[in-house]
Design a protein around this ligand. Structure first.
Ligand code: HEM
Length: 424
């Protein structure tokens, strides 16, 4: 029978050509194929064979944990197992092993809920103090890395990490090759950073209670709880937020009218609109992966496609976020579009729609609700009080695939000063 999903080819040859073309530019790679096949669903072979999905409707099946299962790694981005002390992070587990660990994560985040604003405000006040007294141009993104690391560790553990360890661990955290095979051990500085971060976590005031919860909810011993928290804090949370923070501040710099509207009405919906619109247009995670648990169908705006058990699905968040069926004039940064009731249904950055709550038995980001509220609070504290000038206009790349979707160049702030009040 003819394969109803377009785009197959000779396996070895296709892997070679697709991977090469993808590396030259991710966006042109997917868009040229969408054009060629007139379809939002087609076969590709970037490192491994997969069925690529480019539209919001097609994504639904990929977000359904009863239909797809996770493999170890974010597609070809495979964490180095030795930097995790051999522990498999929650996000790569399936079924009961996943659900008990996610229950621990969600309950722990809930228990630490009362600490969230205190930890964020403290880190924010310190950061704004640094920016106001910098006296010379500074790299805003790099400095916000400290803000975010301080906030996250303080919130969930009552401790603060060495930023250099966070960076070293994160930068070395993924295998240099896209396969899950045994590797020589990670470079010594990264192993040292891992050890120091684990020591910070295990010595943190919040750890005994977290360890007790990990034991009762998931049967995890303290070393696993510490390693799970390390991955969640640095890879999931810090890794995601650092890109989102840069993109958000970049969008507000490019759109001073939005910053002015927020300054004039800090409690209003504009701050939230700017945050959600940034998460749509600049979602920090590029792809979602899932292996079909059984034969299933992708119901896409381009039609209904049968998938066989064991086949790999690869959703492209960055193109689904530009699906014109849900986002008219999709390239436009328009915070007001977030008021459309259809917006949340189609907002997929968290590996779920904006309407699917995170649960133990799904794969929606545990930070789904925290991320917008943290970013919104940052905006509400920074924008009404301060104005800034960037050394150059931020831009995002359609070709390079950095680990996060963030402006290509650093956000160099050349002037950071109290916001001047405009006459009413
Ligand atoms: C902008 C920031 C963030 C982005 C873009 C993001 C994105 C994602 C995505 C796409 C996934 C699913 C990955 C997959 O299944 O392959 C995920 C999972 C997860 N995220 Fe986030 N995340 C962010 C921030 C956070 C924060 C702040 C936390 C916690 C404090 C967090 C904790 C988690 C956890 C624990 C999972 C695993 C969920 C599960 O296993 O079901 N994330 N995140």
């Amino acid at each position: 029978m003819r394969d109803p999903i377009p785009g197959g080819g000779l396996p070895i040859l296709q892997r070679f050509t697709d991977t090469g073309e993808f590396l030259k530019g991710w966006r042109a790679f997917f868009e040229s194929r969408r054009e060629r096949y007139r379809s939002n669903v087609f076969r590709t072979s970037v490192v491994f064979p997969a069925i690529s999905i480019l539209d919001v409707r097609g994504f639904d099946v990929l977000l359904d944990a009863t239909k797809v299962r996770k493999r170890f790694g974010f597609g070809p981005a495979i964490p180095r197992r030795d930097l995790l002390s051999g522990v498999v992070p929650t996000v790569f587990h399936n079924d009961a092993a996943h659900d008990v660990r996610k229950a621990f994560v969600l309950e722990w985040m809930g228990m630490r809920g009362p600490e969230l604003h205190r930890a964020l405000d403290r880190a924010l006040e310190e950061a704004m103090g640094r920016w106001a007294t910098a006296g010379k141009p500074f790299d805003w993104g790099a400095d916000a890395d400290r803000l975010l690391a301080d906030f996250l560790f303080d919130w969930l553990l009552g401790a603060r990490p060495e930023l250099s360890d966070v960076r070293t661990w994160f930068d070395a955290g993924f295998s240099p090759i896209p396969w899950d095979v045994p590797l020589p051990s990670a470079p010594r500085p990264a192993r040292k950073a891992r050890d120091r971060l684990l020591a910070t976590i295990r010595g943190a005031p919040g750890l005994p209670e977290a360890a007790a919860l990990g034991r009762t909810r998931a049967g995890m011993e303290e070393p696993e709880v510490a390693a799970q928290l390390l991955f969640m804090l640095v890879a999931n949370a810090w890794g995601g937020l650092q890109g989102a923070w840069r993109s958000l501040m970049a969008e507000l710099s490019i759109h001073p009218e939005v910053a002015d509207a927020i300054a004039g009405d800090p409690g209003g919906g504009m701050a939230r609109g700017a945050v959600l619109e940034t998460l749509r247009l600049r979602g920090p995670v590029p792809f979602a992966y899932g292996e079909a648990r059984d034969d299933l169908r992708i119901e896409s705006s381009s039609g209904s496609f049968p998938v066989r058990k064991g086949e790999m699905l690869m959703g492209v968040f960055w193109l689904a976020a530009r699906d014109p069926d849900f986002f008219p004039d999709p390239e436009r940064f328009d915070p007001s579009r977030t008021a459309d009731p259809r917006f949340l249904r189609a907002l997929l950055w968290s590996n779920g729609t904006g309407e699917t709550p995170t649960r133990t038995d799904n794969k929606v980001c545990a930070g789904r609700d925290i991320v917008p509220s943290v970013l919104e609070r940052c905006v509400q504290r920074i924008v009404p009080a301060w104005q800034w000038t960037l050394g150059s206009t931020p831009r995002w790349s359609d070709t390079d695939l950095p680990l996060g979707n963030r402006p290509v160049e650093p956000l160099i702030v050349t002037d950071f000063s109290p916001r001047s009040r405009t006459a009413p």
